[in-house]
Design a binder for this molecule. Sequence first.
Ligand code: 0L1
Ligand code: MG
Length: 260
Amino acid sequence: MANWTVDSAAEFLLAAERNRTDVEPLTDEWIELDAATGHLIQDALIARKVAAGEAVTGVKLGLTSRAKQERMGIDSPLTAVVTDAMQLPEGTPAPYSRLIHPRIEPEIVFVMARDLEGPGVDAEAALAAVGTVHAGFEIIDSRYRDFRFRLPDVIADNASSACFVVSGRAFSPAELDLAAEEVVVKVDGVEVDRATGAAVQGHPAAALALAANALARQGKRIPAGSLVLTGGLTDAVAMAPGSSFTAEFATLGTVEIPAG
Ligand code: 0L1
Ligand code: MG
Protein backbone atom coordinates (compact mmCIF):
# COMPACT_ATOMS: atom_id res chain seq x y z
CA MET A 1 0.00 0.00 0.00
CA ALA A 2 1.50 3.33 -1.03
CA ASN A 3 0.84 6.79 0.43
CA TRP A 4 0.50 5.77 4.05
CA THR A 5 -1.19 8.07 6.55
CA VAL A 6 -1.57 7.80 10.32
CA ASP A 7 -5.19 6.71 9.83
CA SER A 8 -4.52 4.18 7.08
CA ALA A 9 -1.72 2.64 9.12
CA ALA A 10 -3.98 2.38 12.20
CA GLU A 11 -6.71 0.74 10.10
CA PHE A 12 -4.17 -1.65 8.58
CA LEU A 13 -2.91 -2.82 11.98
CA LEU A 14 -6.42 -3.11 13.42
CA ALA A 15 -7.51 -5.21 10.45
CA ALA A 16 -4.49 -7.47 10.93
CA GLU A 17 -5.47 -7.96 14.56
CA ARG A 18 -9.16 -8.53 13.86
CA ASN A 19 -8.56 -10.85 10.89
CA ARG A 20 -5.67 -12.61 12.63
CA THR A 21 -3.40 -12.12 9.65
CA ASP A 22 0.21 -11.13 10.06
CA VAL A 23 1.57 -8.31 7.91
CA GLU A 24 4.88 -6.85 6.77
CA PRO A 25 6.26 -3.91 8.79
CA LEU A 26 5.02 -0.45 7.82
CA THR A 27 8.62 0.72 7.45
CA ASP A 28 9.18 -1.67 4.53
CA GLU A 29 7.18 0.88 2.47
CA TRP A 30 6.94 3.92 4.74
CA ILE A 31 10.66 4.28 5.19
CA GLU A 32 10.45 7.78 6.74
CA LEU A 33 8.17 6.55 9.53
CA ASP A 34 9.66 7.71 12.82
CA ALA A 35 8.92 6.97 16.48
CA ALA A 36 6.86 10.16 16.98
CA THR A 37 4.60 9.24 14.07
CA GLY A 38 4.49 5.68 15.41
CA HIS A 39 2.94 7.12 18.58
CA LEU A 40 0.35 9.02 16.51
CA ILE A 41 -0.60 5.74 14.83
CA GLN A 42 -0.78 4.05 18.26
CA ASP A 43 -3.09 6.88 19.45
CA ALA A 44 -5.29 6.48 16.36
CA LEU A 45 -5.46 2.71 16.87
CA ILE A 46 -6.47 3.08 20.53
CA ALA A 47 -9.04 5.77 19.62
CA ARG A 48 -10.68 3.24 17.31
CA LYS A 49 -10.75 0.61 20.08
CA VAL A 50 -12.33 3.14 22.46
CA ALA A 51 -14.89 4.10 19.81
CA ALA A 52 -15.72 0.37 19.59
CA GLY A 53 -16.41 0.22 23.34
CA GLU A 54 -13.07 -0.54 25.01
CA ALA A 55 -11.93 1.56 27.99
CA VAL A 56 -8.32 2.58 28.53
CA THR A 57 -7.22 1.16 31.90
CA GLY A 58 -3.51 1.93 31.95
CA VAL A 59 -0.14 1.76 30.27
CA LYS A 60 2.48 -0.85 29.51
CA LEU A 61 6.18 -0.65 29.00
CA GLY A 62 7.60 -2.69 26.16
CA LEU A 63 11.09 -3.75 25.18
CA THR A 64 12.28 -3.66 28.77
CA SER A 65 14.45 -6.78 28.74
CA ARG A 66 18.08 -6.57 27.58
CA ALA A 67 17.46 -9.51 25.25
CA LYS A 68 14.75 -7.61 23.34
CA GLN A 69 16.63 -4.32 23.37
CA GLU A 70 19.73 -5.96 21.92
CA ARG A 71 17.66 -7.56 19.15
CA MET A 72 16.17 -4.14 18.28
CA GLY A 73 19.43 -2.22 18.70
CA ILE A 74 17.86 0.21 21.19
CA ASP A 75 18.65 1.01 24.80
CA SER A 76 15.34 2.30 26.13
CA PRO A 77 11.84 0.87 26.48
CA LEU A 78 8.69 2.25 24.86
CA THR A 79 5.19 2.95 26.11
CA ALA A 80 1.84 1.62 24.95
CA VAL A 81 -1.76 1.48 26.17
CA VAL A 82 -3.80 -1.25 27.87
CA THR A 83 -7.58 -1.53 27.79
CA ASP A 84 -10.19 -3.46 29.74
CA ALA A 85 -10.72 -5.84 26.82
CA MET A 86 -7.10 -7.00 27.09
CA GLN A 87 -7.39 -8.18 30.71
CA LEU A 88 -8.19 -11.86 31.15
CA PRO A 89 -9.81 -13.10 34.35
CA GLU A 90 -7.39 -15.23 36.39
CA GLY A 91 -7.47 -18.88 35.36
CA THR A 92 -8.56 -18.18 31.78
CA PRO A 93 -6.80 -20.07 28.96
CA ALA A 94 -5.17 -17.99 26.24
CA PRO A 95 -7.67 -16.95 23.55
CA TYR A 96 -5.72 -18.69 20.77
CA SER A 97 -8.56 -18.36 18.28
CA ARG A 98 -7.95 -14.62 18.08
CA LEU A 99 -4.14 -14.62 18.33
CA ILE A 100 -1.54 -14.92 15.57
CA HIS A 101 1.69 -16.13 17.26
CA PRO A 102 1.44 -15.37 20.97
CA ARG A 103 4.34 -15.18 23.39
CA ILE A 104 4.17 -14.72 27.15
CA GLU A 105 6.27 -12.80 29.65
CA PRO A 106 6.09 -12.26 33.43
CA GLU A 107 5.63 -8.70 34.63
CA ILE A 108 5.33 -6.78 37.89
CA VAL A 109 2.13 -4.74 37.74
CA PHE A 110 1.36 -1.55 39.63
CA VAL A 111 -2.02 -0.03 40.39
CA MET A 112 -1.59 3.71 40.83
CA ALA A 113 -2.91 5.39 43.97
CA ARG A 114 -2.18 8.88 42.65
CA ASP A 115 -1.68 10.63 39.34
CA LEU A 116 1.90 10.53 38.09
CA GLU A 117 3.06 13.17 35.67
CA GLY A 118 6.51 13.86 34.23
CA PRO A 119 8.92 15.33 33.43
CA GLY A 120 11.46 14.91 36.17
CA VAL A 121 9.92 11.89 37.90
CA ASP A 122 12.46 9.60 39.60
CA ALA A 123 12.00 6.06 40.87
CA GLU A 124 11.34 7.19 44.44
CA ALA A 125 8.60 9.63 43.42
CA ALA A 126 7.15 7.04 41.07
CA LEU A 127 6.96 4.38 43.79
CA ALA A 128 5.32 6.87 46.16
CA ALA A 129 2.41 7.15 43.70
CA VAL A 130 1.86 3.36 43.58
CA GLY A 131 -1.03 1.93 45.56
CA THR A 132 -0.62 -1.82 45.14
CA VAL A 133 1.75 -4.27 43.48
CA HIS A 134 0.69 -7.50 41.74
CA ALA A 135 2.09 -10.45 39.83
CA GLY A 136 1.25 -10.30 36.13
CA PHE A 137 1.64 -12.29 32.93
CA GLU A 138 1.44 -10.51 29.56
CA ILE A 139 0.62 -12.27 26.30
CA ILE A 140 2.12 -10.32 23.40
CA ASP A 141 1.18 -10.93 19.77
CA SER A 142 2.86 -8.76 17.17
CA ARG A 143 0.79 -8.13 14.09
CA TYR A 144 4.03 -8.26 12.10
CA ARG A 145 5.14 -11.48 10.43
CA ASP A 146 7.74 -13.37 12.49
CA PHE A 147 7.89 -10.45 14.99
CA ARG A 148 9.99 -8.60 12.39
CA PHE A 149 9.72 -4.84 12.91
CA ARG A 150 11.64 -1.64 13.51
CA LEU A 151 11.05 0.62 16.48
CA PRO A 152 8.42 2.91 14.82
CA ASP A 153 6.52 -0.18 13.62
CA VAL A 154 6.25 -1.71 17.08
CA ILE A 155 5.26 1.61 18.66
CA ALA A 156 2.48 1.90 16.06
CA ASP A 157 1.38 -1.67 16.85
CA ASN A 158 0.86 -0.70 20.52
CA ALA A 159 3.96 -2.68 21.54
CA SER A 160 2.51 -6.01 20.39
CA SER A 161 -0.23 -5.82 23.04
CA ALA A 162 -2.75 -8.65 23.12
CA CYS A 163 -3.89 -9.62 26.61
CA PHE A 164 -2.71 -10.02 30.18
CA VAL A 165 -3.65 -11.41 33.55
CA VAL A 166 -3.08 -9.67 36.89
CA SER A 167 -3.15 -11.51 40.20
CA GLY A 168 -5.83 -10.37 42.62
CA ARG A 169 -3.32 -10.61 45.49
CA ALA A 170 -2.31 -7.04 46.28
CA PHE A 171 0.85 -5.98 48.11
CA SER A 172 1.95 -2.61 49.42
CA PRO A 173 5.16 -1.38 47.76
CA ALA A 174 6.56 -0.70 51.23
CA GLU A 175 6.57 -4.40 52.10
CA LEU A 176 8.57 -5.50 49.03
CA ASP A 177 12.10 -5.48 47.67
CA LEU A 178 11.03 -5.26 44.05
CA ALA A 179 14.52 -5.27 42.52
CA ALA A 180 15.20 -8.59 44.25
CA GLU A 181 11.75 -10.09 43.64
CA GLU A 182 12.40 -13.31 41.70
CA VAL A 183 10.15 -14.94 39.15
CA VAL A 184 10.44 -18.42 37.65
CA VAL A 185 8.63 -19.08 34.36
CA LYS A 186 7.48 -22.64 33.75
CA VAL A 187 5.90 -24.34 30.75
CA ASP A 188 4.02 -27.50 31.67
CA GLY A 189 5.70 -27.36 35.06
CA VAL A 190 9.25 -27.20 33.65
CA GLU A 191 11.38 -24.10 34.27
CA VAL A 192 12.26 -22.22 31.08
CA ASP A 193 13.55 -18.91 32.46
CA ARG A 194 13.99 -16.86 35.63
CA ALA A 195 14.78 -13.25 36.48
CA THR A 196 14.39 -10.63 39.19
CA GLY A 197 12.69 -7.24 39.23
CA ALA A 198 16.05 -5.63 38.52
CA ALA A 199 15.66 -6.84 34.91
CA VAL A 200 13.42 -3.86 34.13
CA GLN A 201 15.56 -0.72 34.25
CA GLY A 202 17.18 -1.86 37.50
CA HIS A 203 13.87 -1.57 39.40
CA PRO A 204 10.22 -1.62 38.27
CA ALA A 205 9.76 1.83 39.84
CA ALA A 206 12.51 3.15 37.56
CA ALA A 207 10.53 1.74 34.63
CA LEU A 208 7.42 3.50 35.94
CA ALA A 209 9.34 6.78 36.21
CA LEU A 210 10.62 6.30 32.67
CA ALA A 211 7.04 5.78 31.46
CA ALA A 212 5.79 8.92 33.22
CA ASN A 213 8.60 10.99 31.72
CA ALA A 214 8.16 9.52 28.24
CA LEU A 215 4.39 10.10 28.35
CA ALA A 216 4.95 13.71 29.44
CA ARG A 217 6.72 14.28 26.12
CA GLN A 218 3.42 13.29 24.47
CA GLY A 219 1.44 15.60 26.79
CA LYS A 220 0.10 12.64 28.81
CA ARG A 221 0.12 11.54 32.45
CA ILE A 222 -0.64 8.31 34.30
CA PRO A 223 -3.92 8.83 36.18
CA ALA A 224 -4.74 7.41 39.61
CA GLY A 225 -6.34 3.99 39.27
CA SER A 226 -4.27 3.07 36.19
CA LEU A 227 -2.67 -0.32 35.78
CA VAL A 228 0.99 -0.16 34.80
CA LEU A 229 2.58 -3.27 33.26
CA THR A 230 6.21 -2.48 34.00
CA GLY A 231 7.72 -4.73 31.36
CA GLY A 232 8.76 -8.29 30.68
CA LEU A 233 11.28 -9.54 33.24
CA THR A 234 12.46 -12.38 31.01
CA ASP A 235 12.46 -12.77 27.26
CA ALA A 236 9.02 -13.75 25.96
CA VAL A 237 8.22 -17.47 25.64
CA ALA A 238 6.34 -18.84 22.61
CA MET A 239 2.89 -20.22 23.45
CA ALA A 240 0.99 -23.17 22.02
CA PRO A 241 -2.43 -24.61 22.83
CA GLY A 242 -2.23 -27.58 25.15
CA SER A 243 0.55 -26.16 27.30
CA SER A 244 0.19 -24.39 30.64
CA PHE A 245 2.29 -21.38 31.59
CA THR A 246 3.09 -20.23 35.12
CA ALA A 247 4.98 -17.26 36.52
CA GLU A 248 5.94 -18.09 40.09
CA PHE A 249 6.97 -14.92 41.92
CA ALA A 250 8.82 -15.36 45.24
CA THR A 251 6.56 -12.98 47.18
CA LEU A 252 3.81 -11.82 44.82
CA GLY A 253 2.52 -15.34 44.21
CA THR A 254 1.79 -17.33 41.06
CA VAL A 255 -0.14 -16.37 37.92
CA GLU A 256 -1.11 -19.06 35.46
CA ILE A 257 -2.41 -19.36 31.94
CA PRO A 258 -3.84 -22.90 31.94
CA ALA A 259 -3.73 -25.17 28.91
CA GLY A 260 -6.47 -24.18 26.45
O1 0L1 B 1 5.67 -5.97 26.11
C1 0L1 B 1 6.67 -6.00 25.35
O2 0L1 B 1 7.84 -5.96 25.76
C2 0L1 B 1 6.44 -6.06 23.87
C3 0L1 B 1 7.19 -4.99 23.19
C4 0L1 B 1 7.15 -5.17 21.71
C5 0L1 B 1 8.25 -6.02 21.19
C6 0L1 B 1 7.88 -7.45 21.16
O3 0L1 B 1 6.89 -7.79 20.52
O4 0L1 B 1 8.62 -8.23 21.75
MG1 MG C 1 5.32 -6.80 28.11
